[in-house]
Design a protein around this ligand. Structure first.
Ligand SMILES: O=C(O)CCC(=O)C(=O)O
Ligand SMILES: [Fe+2]
Length: 310
């Protein structure tokens, strides 16, 4: 994609911020990623591909592709806008949608993943954010808080389906925060700017160390599973901040994610609900499973479960 003339508030007066590259990426991007724990790759998806993903989002949110638990029912009289803006985010849309499933192995993504992870890559999660005006962001966290790899290879690939701006709730990252390899403590927060997911705290960085990642639609933000990141609420008055995020890791690491179904030890536990994206899977002999169910992510607008007894 050639990209328009749009400049963002946080961008320098000329050129792009540090860490922005064009697809396909090479060695310089790989070096930036190693040092900083994130990378921004422009021009990964063209406008036609983005339109197809947006149209599919409507079908998924209308329930036309299959059951999504927690999805608010909608009627055929409601406009597409009215239907999609109710939902903050759907986890595992790929379980009901071939279009979303195909996106996981898009050549631009495979180029990036080979560069930052290596030759053998698998995917264990997809999330579709709609994040319409008024919806909350996500508090500081590290993705390995949720999805534990054994070799720290967890990698998010966050595709902007709309321009992501300070106003509509773009990502923020703390560059280099992945390097210690420490998972910082987490707590319940009562901050209604963010959804119900817990917040990391007691880390040796401040909000002043964070940088916004404003990007044009079609750009992919890539980030390491130990990188501290968050997003602010969408405070614009209309529209969305749609993003399709996949989580990948090296296929040569086991993935002890959910509790084992059978009481095997954790040491050999491997979550097998994965898609092999490129290369080979040394654990292929274990087969694959269909475990994760598509569902709506709670947006906290009706309150959050605190983890404490009432
Ligand atoms: O898009 C967002 O607001 C947050 C996404 C995020 O935390 C992730 O994809 O890991
Ligand atoms: Fe995250």
């Amino acid at each position: 994609m050639s990209g328009g003339v749009r400049r963002f508030e946080s961008w320098p007066a000329t050129g792009r911020p540090a860490g922005y590259f064009s697809s396909p990426v090479g060695e310089d991007a790989s070096r930036f990623y190693k040092d900083n724990g994130f990378l921004v790759v422009e021009g990964c998806f063209d406008p036609v591909e983005l339109e197809a993903l947006k149209a599919e989002t409507v079908r998924i949110c209308r329930g036309e592709r299959g059951e999504i638990s927690g999805l608010e029912p909608s009627s055929s009289e409601e406009s597409d806008d009215d239907v999609i803006r109710k939902t903050l985010c759907i986890h595992f849309p790929d379980k009901v949608s071939e279009v979303m499933r195909d996106q996981i192995v898009h050549p631009s993504l495979v180029n990036i993943l080979r560069t930052v992870i290596g030759p053998d890559v698998k995917c264990m999660q997809q999330m579709l954010f709609v994040k319409s005006a008024g919806k909350p962001g996500q508090a500081w966290h590290q993705d390995e808080d949720y999805i534990p790899t054994r070799d720290r290879s967890l990698t998010g690939a966050w595709l902007a389906m709309d321009d992501a701006t300070l106003e509509n709730g773009c990502l923020w990252v703390i560059p280099g925060s992945h390097r210690t390899g420490v998972l910082w403590p987490m707590k319940f927060h009562n901050d209604r700017r963010f959804d119900c997911a817990w917040e990391s705290y007691d880390f040796p960085y401040s909000d002043q160390d964070a940088v916004p990642v404003e990007v044009r639609a079609g750009t992919v933000v890539v980030f390491n599973g130990y990188l501290l990141h968050r997003s602010m609420p969408n405070v614009s008055s209309t529209g969305y901040r749609r993003a399709l995020v996949n989580h990948y890791m090296s296929a040569s690491s086991l993935l002890p994610w959910l509790w084992p179904e059978k009481p095997t030890g954790m040491a050999w536990h491997d979550h097998r609900d994965i898609i092999l994206v490129c290369g080979s899977d040394p654990y292929a002999y274990m087969g694959t499973q269909d475990i994760m169910k598509p569902h709506v992510r709670p947006d906290g607008q009706g309150g959050c479960y605190t983890g404490e007894e009432e």
